[in-house]
Write a protein that binds this ligand. Structure first.
Ligand SMILES: *Cc1c(COP(=O)(O)O)cnc(C)c1O
Length: 425
């Protein structure tokens, strides 16, 4: 464990006045991270939801090595390359039928910004300018100004509030109150000024606290949007790549979004890459000899060849290894252990979707600033587990190579942690 006393680094989502010790990670393998002094840590949140098959998967690592010797980077405006072409074709094949064009970028936030720009461009270029955006309560879509605008407002973005644009929030579909949420969506779509788009995290709202809702509700939301011709944007940045039990969460509702964002697990977690896929009518609205209709978006590393090669290799892993079986096994591993957790006093809302399991600890203030968060973080860290509670919500979102023994260690620590937090409450 290394002190950052002298480090000039300003870490993300880190209060340096509280977090004085920052472990230095030297290498990763499978479900484990190793510190520079050799301590093994179980990476129970897949290094912030990006690692899918495990750290340093040999197939992905080999593809990265090969690509670095051929082409490191090339401007993507007006040029293309084989890794991007191959990846785009395969993405069209595996994503819901009707997503036919692929726009590259390099982070989930950017993929969402691109989605919002595509939506507004579509309405402008088809002669019906619209700008109202509907969002789901507790949603999270990134940390840029645009994505904070469509995300939940709170302590994270209070300072920037004056810069955020207005959106309309549809209540989260709490179990048993789904109809209220659907009715609100229907009413918002009917309003005299028709919305441009509705953006949602399908099935699981990640940063909002691993909040889960059913595929039936997701399907209804999409149906309502389609009925009013409001573009449906699926932000699958976290839910994609098997996390919810299927390759993409939208599959479970059997829906095709008009625009979909994928990132995080797209390279298996090895390199930053993101894509925004859209329906042909959105591409076509920008297709014109009128240069004003160009889609004006790019970042320097758009479509980076090495990242694309890693993503193609990730798809090879999906094709050649029993990934779906591993995912199903994780669901089962969770379910056995969640039974015991459910019986604990002080634990509520025990839930699971696919490989993601979550529970809330009832103690003091809830929410992100709950005092429990930092205490639990320290507690787990001392046990060499990378678990990072969202306030009083503890969740496990493991890489797909996690073992029964790893899960035992994680659930034992969570159980002990709950008891300890309650005793000292
Ligand atoms: C993480 C996340 C983002 C932002 O992705 P970054 O790569 O961190 O910019 C957007 N949407 C969802 C649902 C996410 O979980």
């Amino acid at each position: 464990m290394t002190q950052t006393g002298a480090s000039p680094i300003w870490h993300p989502f880190t209060q340096h006045a509280i977090t004085r010790t920052i472990p230095k990670i030297a290498r990763g393998e499978g479900a484990y991270l190793y510190t520079d002094d050799g301590t093994r840590i179980i990476d129970a949140i897949s290094s912030w939801w990006v690692i899918t098959h495990g750290h340093c998967h040999p197939v992905i690592q080999a593809a990265i090595r090969r690509q670095t010797e051929l082409l490191d980077q090339v401007i993507f405006a007006g040029y293309t390359h084989e890794p991007a072409e191959r990846l785009a074709r395969r993405l069209i094949e595996i994503t819901p039928d009707g997503l036919d064009h692929v726009f590259f970028s390099d982070s989930g936030s950017t993929a969402v910004e691109v989605a919002l720009k595509m939506a507004l461009g579509y309405w402008l270029h088809t002669g019906r300018p619209r700008s109202r955006i509907l969002v789901l309560e507790h949603g999270y879509h990134g940390d840029t100004i645009g994505t904070m605008s469509v995300g939940a407002r709170g302590v994270f973005n209070q300072a920037y509030e004056p810069l955020l644009f207005d959106v309309e929030t549809i209540p989260f579909p709490e179990t048993g109150a789904e109809q209220r949420s659907l009715d609100a969506l229907e009413a918002a779509c009917r309003a005299p000024e028709t919305p441009a788009a509705f953006i949602v995290e399908p099935l699981v709202l990640g940063a909002g606290g691993m909040l889960m809702y059913g595929a039936e509700t997701l399907r209804e939301m999409q149906r309502i949007c389609a009925a009013h011709d409001v573009l449906f944007i699926a932000d699958e940045v976290m839910t994609g790549w098997g996390r919810t039990g299927t390759l993409f969460a939208c599959e479970q509702a059997d829906i095709v979004p008009d625009i979909a964002c994928y990132s995080k697990g797209i390279t298996g977690g090895a390199l930053p890459l993101a894509v925004t896929l859209c329906a042909t009518r959105i591409f076509d609205a920008h297709y014109s000899e009128d240069r004003r209709r160009t889609f004006f978006h790019s970042s320097s590393y758009t479509g980076n060849p090495v990242a694309c090669a890693a993503a193609v290799a990730n798809l090879d892993v999906w094709d050649t290894e029993p990934v779906a079986d591993r995912i199903a096994a994780i669901a089962e591993m969770h379910d056995h252990r969640l039974e015991a957790i459910r019986a604990l006093d002080g634990v509520e809302n025990v839930r699971r979707t696919g490989t993601i399991a979550a529970l809330d600890i009832r103690a003091g203030a809830a929410g992100y600033l709950s005092e429990l968060g930092p205490r639990l973080l320290t507690y787990f860290r001392e046990r060499h587990l990378l678990l990072r509670p969202l306030g009083n919500t503890v969740y496990i979102l493991p890489p797909y190579c996690v073992t029964e023994a790893d899960m035992d260690a994680l659930y034992a620590a969570i159980t002990d942690g709950v008891l300890e937090m309650r005793q000292s409450a």
